[in-house]
Design a protein around this ligand. Structure first.
Ligand code: HEM
Length: 394
């Protein structure tokens, strides 16, 4: 029996989960958490294999800590909580709007929006990387990919921020977060109604959902609203935090920043290293469809299993000197976008956003300074990262 005292909701874990992950990987790679009747997987290869095994690991009972551990968030119809074969079919339909060839037409817009946001910050000499650059860009791109009116962007940013907001000490889903989710879902349902009435045959997410058929029927408006909500949250929430992490890490490693300023061709690999080093989503969960065994532990059908992605990305079995930030690293694989059945559909979108924002910031304000005293962070069991990261320039 392991003596590691790991509970994702503990204040010490929320403050700094990495030492706990290290102990878990070394001493208890398949670790039982009694209060939640759940298991935590912390090694890279184990999570990689489990992510590719949807016969054993199901997403249908939810994937967030509030769905699988505290069980206070209901499971609503969304792509990420479906299992094959329905998942496979819907995923192949939604995938179309996130493919590189669709994205190429979006790239000039991504660049000009980014330049506009960075120019706003330049003019003032200071600004917030999360709210004024990352969130504005990712929501605008998500609206374009999903097919939502661009002018609704600021309202969507607010809903997504309320959904994730936690006061210190608050566990699981907050009432405010639940309200934000309800409002966002109602909005997406209205948009679905508009899309259906207009008989929109566009290539974006929303029209694809409206056209989707399974088991001889189309989705109801409620179902479309729920799926579109997932796309809004998935498409807009994580990117701003990864951008802020990158801006901070490059400021802390001036030699690496200077190398990228001199040779921006290294920026795509640098963004991957940023994603690996500071993964915001600490873990997602699955539920066992059948009994199975791992590292001598017998896991039973119905129990939840946590995939500790942020731990896997620091596993020395997979990465040489994993605790070293090195933009010249060329890791052949990582788990920042998940893997297997539910691997992120927005990978190309996120990487394009990362490349363009870093290129623009390093080009226009290469000597920016980070104001850590003015920064604000999420330190929740689920998401870690900046909710605000001020920078100064000039
Ligand atoms: C840096 C930004 C992003 C990160 C780190 C990220 C990470 C992830 C991860 C880890 C998963 C796996 C979920 C699981 O294991 O249950 C996932 C799934 C997903 N992501 Fe992303 N994501 C990002 C951006 C995006 C964007 C921009 C979009 C869309 C515009 C998007 C859409 C999705 C979708 C639809 C899924 C569910 C796929 C499925 O269930 O088949 N993501 N993402």
């Amino acid at each position: 029996m392991s003596t590691i005292d790991y509970d994702p909701f503990d204040a010490a874990v929320r403050k700094d989960p990495l030492p706990f992950y290290r102990s878990l990987r070394e001493e208890s790679p398949c670790h039982y958490l009694e209060p939640y009747d759940a298991w935590a997987l912390s090694r890279f290869q184990d999570i990689w294999d489990a992510s590719n095994d949807s016969d054993t690991y199901s997403a249908a009972k939810g994937t967030t800590p509030a769905q699988c551990l505290t069980k206070d968030q209901p499971v609503t119809p969304m792509l990420n909580v479906m299992d094959p074969p329905a998942h496979t079919k819907l995923r192949s339909v939604i995938r179309g709007c996130f493919l590189p060839r669709h994205l190429r037409s979006l790239e000039p817009a991504i660049r000009s929006w980014t330049e506009g946001y960075v120019d706003d910050v330049l003019e003032r000499g200071h600004g917030d990387v999360v709210g004024e650059i990352g969130a504005r860009l990712s929501v605008r791109v998500a609206c374009a990919a999903i097919g939502l009116p661009e002018e609704d962007g600021p309202m969507l940013v607010e809903w997504v921020q309320r959904f994730f907001h936690h006061d210190p000490g608050q566990e699981g889903m907050t009432p405010e977060g639940m309200n934000a989710l309800t409002e966002l879902t109602a909005y997406c349902r209205e948009q679905a109604e508009r899309c259906r009435a207009a008989d929109d045959d566009g290539p974006q997410g929303l029209p694809s959902l409206c056209r989707f058929e399974w088991d001889g029927r189309s989705f109801t408006l409620d179902e479309i609203g729920s799926h579109a909500t997932m796309l809004v949250i998935g498409g807009s929430e994580t990117f701003p935090k990864t951008l802020a992490n990158g801006i901070l890490r490059l400021a802390q490693h001036p030699d690496q920043r200077a190398a990228l300023v001199r040779d921006p061709a290294g920026i795509p690999a640098a963004y991957d290293e940023i994603l690996r080093y500071d993964m915001p989503t600490q873990f997602l969960c699955r539920t066992l469809r059948r009994d199975t065994e791992l590292h001598g532990q017998k896991m039973r059908e119905g129990q939840a299993v946590m995939f500790l992605y942020a731990s896997a990305n620091r596993d020395p079995r997979e990465f040489e000197r994993p605790d070293e930030f090195n933009v010249a690293r060329r890791a052949p694989r990582m788990l920042s976008f998940g893997a297997g059945t539910h691997a992120c559909l927005g990978t190309h979108v996120a990487r394009a956003e990362g490349r363009v924002t870093l290129e623009t910031i390093l080009d226009r304000m290469p000597d920016y300074e980070v104001d850590l005293a003015g920064a604000e962070r999420f330190e929740t069991e689920f998401v870690q990262g900046f909710s605000k990261l001020p920078i100064r320039f000039g």
